[in-house]
Design a protein around this ligand. Sequence first.
Ligand SMILES: NC(=O)c1ccc[n+]([C@@H]2O[C@H](COP(=O)([O-])OP(=O)(O)OC[C@H]3O[C@@H](n4cnc5c(N)ncnc54)[C@H](OP(=O)(O)O)[C@@H]3O)[C@@H](O)[C@H]2O)c1
Length: 330
Amino acid sequence: MRKVLVLGGTGWLGHEIARQAVADGADVTCLARGSTGGAPEGAALVRSDRTRPGAYDAVARVDHEWDEVVELATTPGLVEGALDALAARARHWTLVSSVSVHARDDEPGADESAELVAVGERPDDAAPDLYAQQKAWAERTSAARLGDRLLVVRPSLVVGPGDPSDRFGHWPARMLRGGRMLVPTTEGRWAQVIDVADLAAWVVLAGRDRLLGAFTAAGEPVPLAEVIEEARVASGTDVELVAVDDAWLLEHDVRWWAGPRSLPLWLPLEASGFARRSTAAFRAAGGTTRPLAETMTRVRHDEIARGVDRPRRAGLTPDEEAALLRERAS
Ligand SMILES: NC(=O)c1ccc[n+]([C@@H]2O[C@H](COP(=O)([O-])OP(=O)(O)OC[C@H]3O[C@@H](n4cnc5c(N)ncnc54)[C@H](OP(=O)(O)O)[C@@H]3O)[C@@H](O)[C@H]2O)c1
């Protein structure tokens, strides 16, 4: 039986990878503290804090050989500790990286060979604003330690039920509330997403096939207007879209892309290459993605189940949006 070790597996994507690996017939172990959640049914959870000495002892004994290790961490300390303990015991290693590693976002159609962000010294573990550098460092260090046993998966925005970032779900959830709705102008704007279930399926497949190299794991780019329209169709409610230009939104402290007081997925026009990366290699390697409408329906159900009025990690609150709309009308 194929032995798979997921470094993580209690978070959103890691849990789905572990779940699908179990369904694929693998013997799956997840290593995590267990503070984010549990491991999926059928997988073993080894509780361990990877910042502590001996964190990998239970999975790195001399008699341990792993057919596949899946690394979901970003911080250099965790990535390096796992390589130290486990690189010699893994036949194949999948590092979940990100399209954020690329240095430029203004080259639509760029593939995996596009330049990466510069990384000198090992980036600080406690610097979330260095996410791109941490991921690029993880790629470089993992390649140096694993050579021809490494697969690097660079997902675009991961979306689907249970998304803890609340970004993509903003659109169907907001539509479900109806009324007048603030949107950015959509001309020249794109989105590129991958459903968490499609990404996990490919990670499992690629691990089983011992695929090597770096891959952008993403669906086809779609105009942002199409995402908003699909959200409207999925919600079935009546909304009046109020499109506002970038300068006005920025003047009123509305943030790009993610987080509080943002319009999720909204990016500067000059960064439209971020959401228009080539997926040719991913598709040639067996990557498949479901239609956007199907993902939207899944997310709509999830948003209803979690409550569209719950506090969110991304988007405008109803009060913020109402105040902005009043200001716009005055
Ligand atoms: N969301 C996106 O759009 C997107 C896009 C591109 C790439 N990605 C990448 O996709 C991956 C997402 O992974 P994910 O959703 O499974 O979750 P995550 O929130 O990144 O989870 C990290 C995992 O590591 C574990 N962990 C954290 N600190 C730990 C410690 N000190 N010791 C042991 N375990 C620790 C967590 O479990 P415990 O808390 O239980 O320990 C959890 O299982 C990340 O690599 C992310 O960078 C995401």
